[in-house]
Every structure is written in structure tokens, then in C-alpha cells.
Design a protein around this ligand. Structure first.
Ligand code: UTP
Length: 276
């Protein structure tokens, strides 16, 4: 049973400057809710209650968000504004939160390795909160992946089809389709040019990882841009036949950039906020 979910949230968020100069990217609000809260709600829905967050300098707002604000609670008690706090109260009640800091931003692989003391020796999920994933009326993306992990017991990456001119933004997989939408990964290339991409199937910010990934990250040399890429470590697991790629049901918005963020805002306003 997977219980833990790791949120690497130490990055600089340079695509969203100046908003991210003094505020974590993960605290950017889509309508009235920060990105990280959407991610933790998705984790809880999948039964993951132990939330671990890898933070960095200037990220304290994340910790404050998942804590009780007594003054605020006192102020709005009994008013119609209480409805806005129902969601965050549920997370604070039902999840535990632990934090560690990544002191040098040496890439996603390194951020995940920084979370090792919080995870230990068990399979865990990873959510990149700037990828906002929704599936109204159906299972959330993590829930879909947790169900698959129960069956296959290996690492799983979420993938989606992207246009050829977008492959340079993602890790791209090659694999054998073992059932519709599910691939056993045979190759992965980080941020390939369209002519070098092994497919149009791009990895997005949802992973389930088995704990041997930590040793594999330790054995990984820094790749493009001096960063330790999770793709390189996953490739080592894939060489042992232990990585599946799953074409999830739902929609993903890249909220690390302005265009995806605006799309997500419109979508969430229509589908979630109006119901409040
Ligand atoms: P991104 O590359 O999307 O995030 O990393 P970034 O570096 O913050 O954004 P830009 O490209 O400069 O705008 C994906 C995820 O990995 C985390 C980020 O916080 C983000 O959630 N990350 C990345 C870390 O935690 N540490 C790192 O060293 C790098």
C-alpha cells in the first residue's frame, strides 16, 4: 500500500518571474486555491496521507498554508466565508506534513533524493504541483496510478501525447504497449529535439517510484545543465524492465508557464469554483 507522496517544490520557477521572486511557484493560486493544494487533494483522494514536501529558501509560505491559522479561524467562524476553508481544513485533519530542504537546486532527481529521509524504503508517489491534473467525475490521475501499481508493483510514469514541436520540453519515452494506454518503457530521452524523439509520449509530473530509485539517482551523473535528471535514474530501472508509462485519463495543465496557467484558471473557475 502506498501511503507517501513527495512534492519537490524547491525550484526557482523562473518561467513565472517576477511572481515567483519572493513566493513559491507552488503557492500560485488557480482561482482561489494554490497549486500545491490541488496536488495534495489529488494525493488524499488516492489514499496517500503522508505528505512530504521538498522545499528551499523562500518557501515558508508552503508550511504556513498547511497549518491552522487560529486568528483567521476565529475571525470567520460562523460566517458564510467558512466554506472557503473546508477543503484546506480536511487536508490538515487527514494528512500529515513533513518537510526537508534541498540546499542546492541540482535538478528534479536531486530534489527527489533529498526527500529520501522522509520516504524510507517503500514505494511512493511524486507530484510536481505545477502540473495541475484534473479528471472531473472520474478517478484522479494519482488514484489511477496507485491502482495500477497495486497490480504491477513497479515504477510508473504518467504520459501524454504532445505535438512534435513540444518534445524538447519533456522526457520522452519509447516502449511496448502491453495493453491499451500502458507501455513497458524501453527507452527515455530527456528534452529531445523532434528528430531525436523516440515517440510523442511525454512524461508529465506524476510518478510512482519504487525505493530502489534512490540508489539509482545516487549512481546518476549530472546531465543536461548540470542537473541530476530523474529520467536518467528511471532509465536504469527501465533497463531492468521495471518502469511502466501510463496514458492517464484526464487533463493536465502546465501551470509552470503563463499559457497553461490561464487555461487552468478558466477550467477551474467553470468546473470547481462556481460550485462553491
Ligand atoms: P521545473 O523545471 O518545472 O521547475 O521543475 P522550476 O525549475 O522551478 O521552473 P522554471 O523552469 O525555472 O520555471 C519541476 C519540479 O521540480 C522541482 C520544481 O519545484 C518543480 O516542482 N525542482 C526542480 C526542485 O524541487 N528542485 C530542483 O532542483 C529542480
Amino acid at each position: 500500500m502506498i501511503k507517501k507522496c513527495l512534492f519537490p517544490a524547491a525550484g526557482y520557477g523562473t518561467r513565472f518571474l517576477p511572481a515567483t521572486k519572493a513566493m513559491p511557484k507552488e503557492m500560485l493560486a488557480v482561482v482561489n486555491k494554490p497549486l500545491i493544494q490541488y496536488g495534495v487533494e489529488e494525493a488524499l483522494e488516492a489514499g496517500l496521507t503522508e505528505i512530504s514536501i521538498v522545499t528551499g529558501r523562500g518557501k515558508r509560505a508552503l508550511e504556513d498554508h498547511f497549518d491552522i491559522s487560529y486568528e483567521l479561524e476565529h475571525q470567520i467562524k460562523g460566517t458564510d466565508k467558512e466554506k472557503y476553508l473546508v477543503g484546506i481544513r480536511k487536508l490538515i485533519d487527514e494528512c500529515s506534513f513533513s518537510y526537508t530542504r534541498q540546499t542546492e537546486m541540482k535538478g528534479l532527481g536531486h530534489a527527489i533524493l533529498s526527500g529520501r529521509p522522509l520516504i524510507g524504503n517503500e514505494a511512493f508517489a511524486v507530484v510536481l504541483a505545477d502540473d495541475l491534473c484534473v479528471n472531473p467525475g472520474g478517478d484522479g490521475v494519482l488514484e489511477q496510478m496507485v491502482k495500477l501499481h497495486k497490480q504491477y508493483k513497479c515504477s510508473i510514469v504518467a504520459i501524454q501525447e504532445v505535438p512534435a514541436d513540444q518534445t524538447h520540453k519533456y522526457g520522452v519515452i519509447a516502449g511496448e504497449e502491453i495493453k491499451p494506454g500502458l507501455f513497458r518503457v524501453t527507452d527515455m530521452v530527456e528534452k529531445p529535439k523532434p528528430e531525436d524523439a523516440p515517440s510523442n509520449l511525454a512524461i508529465i509530473g506524476r510518478y510512482i517510484l519504487t525505493p530502489d530509485i534512490f540508489e539509482k539517482i545516487e549512481q546518476t551523473e549530472p546531465g543536461k545543465g548540470g542537473e541530476i535528471q530523474i529520467t536518467d535514474a528511471l532509465m536504469k530501472q527501465a533497463a531492468e524492465g521495471n518502469v511502466l508509462a501510463y496514458k492517464f485519463k484526464g487533463t493536465r495543465f502546465d501551470c509552470g508557464g503563463a499559457a497553461g496557467y490561464v487555461e487552468a484558471t478558466n477550467f477551474c473557475f467553470e468546473h470547481f469554483y462556481k460550485e462553491l
